[in-house]
Design a protein around this ligand. Sequence first.
Ligand code: SF4
Ligand code: SF4
Length: 470
Amino acid sequence: MQPLDTHPDFDESFRDSFAAVDDTTGKRNWFFPQKPTGKWHNRRVWFTIFQLTVMFGLPFIKVNGQPLFLFNVLERKFIVFGIFIGPQDYWLFGLMMISFFVFIVLFTTVFGRVWCGWACPQTVFMEMVFRKIEYWIEGDWKAQRALEKAPWNQEKIIKRTSKAILFLALSFLIANLLLSYFVGIDELYKIIAEPISEHLTLFLGISAFTLIFFFNFAWLRDQACTVVCPYGRLQGVLLDKNSVVIAYDYKRGEPREKLRKGAERTAGDCINCFQCVNVCPTGIDIRNGTQMECVNCTACIDACDNIMDKVGLPKGLIRYDSENNIASGKNKLITTRTIAYAVVLSALWIGLGYAILTRDDTETTLLRAPGSRFIENPDKSISNLYTFKLFNKTNHPITPEMRIISPNGTLKFAGIPNLHLNAAGMVEGSVIITLPKSEITKRRTEITLGIFANGEKLEEFKTSFIAPEE
Ligand code: SF4
Ligand code: SF4
């Protein structure tokens, strides 16, 4: 059998319209998806509980008194898995981001939009939190539709107002959660405990994000995935016929036909009950094939499985599968494309691991002072003048020492050095290095220096020392 989308009778006209927009009026089609129930939904509930526990718990986890994750854009302070990334290591942050994106690309090519349905905070909060509150207050889809059409009577006012209050409260909670990742949980405590006037900017930030989240979950909803999200737009290039997606088995289901009691069934297994469409939060008909709007929420799998159960047919007419497996029973998870992505990803991860493991706590630039020459001292020793910049790449203050490791020599700061560095701080100054005549064998001598703190070497670096020609 030919793949569905290459069959001459296959009608692709559904791609000419966008389910969220009414073709005639151009107005928004507001979806009232039927409440999902079933095995996949239950699995998602458990996964959501786990995910929300992690999301809300992470800001409280600290490593050596510092958060495990912090994305303080304002102070340019980032902590990823307890690794502090200061201004000198932004390239490391960039490498982490590139690795993450390649991982997402590889993951999507093989497993489709699993991220969207299971882990994306937009879907998780929308479908598993806000939508559930909506079902609780307004009832299932038919009751919601009826309420929408009803005049603004007492019942509608009470239901809509209580829903808005709960949505707003949850949006406020999510805005606080977001802020805890930006400024850390300790700072958030302070903002909560101290008068608003002392943290007016952050308070305004929380208020703005509360309104943005409220707008998103109360009004924008499915359109955040189908219109706004760039990842959704990329599906056309990331997915191929071997990607595992939520798919309708058209070989088994077609031709679809209503079930007639007593009549012998000659059609396919799809009884055209539209349950898979009714539950879809993005309003699509998955029987048309993989579509950009599908967020892999699994609701249609459950809906169809429930129907198959009722009519005594095998489950799995809609399931996780690849286009190739449905068309020909053959699926290749490992293709040239996935191998290429995996190689790039492995190289990035190896590079990242090496960079993290060999990373020093400080970074020093020490250069001979511009325009300076060597100084010949009366005891025949030679001195060179240097300028230095010393960066603290850790997230705690340090008071390091600078020492010559080799050859033997002395190091003297010009002026009184203050090598106390705040977290991510920097100090600069001048230093004079003197080598005895016995250590100088040529015009240019390589010197190795080190930065030490609490008896531990934090960094080793080299510079050159100039002496007169013999
Ligand atoms: S097609 Fe199915 S999996 Fe995709 S969004 Fe709709 S209900 Fe969810
Ligand atoms: S739920 Fe299953 S049987 Fe019903 S229309 Fe959808 S695919 Fe066909």
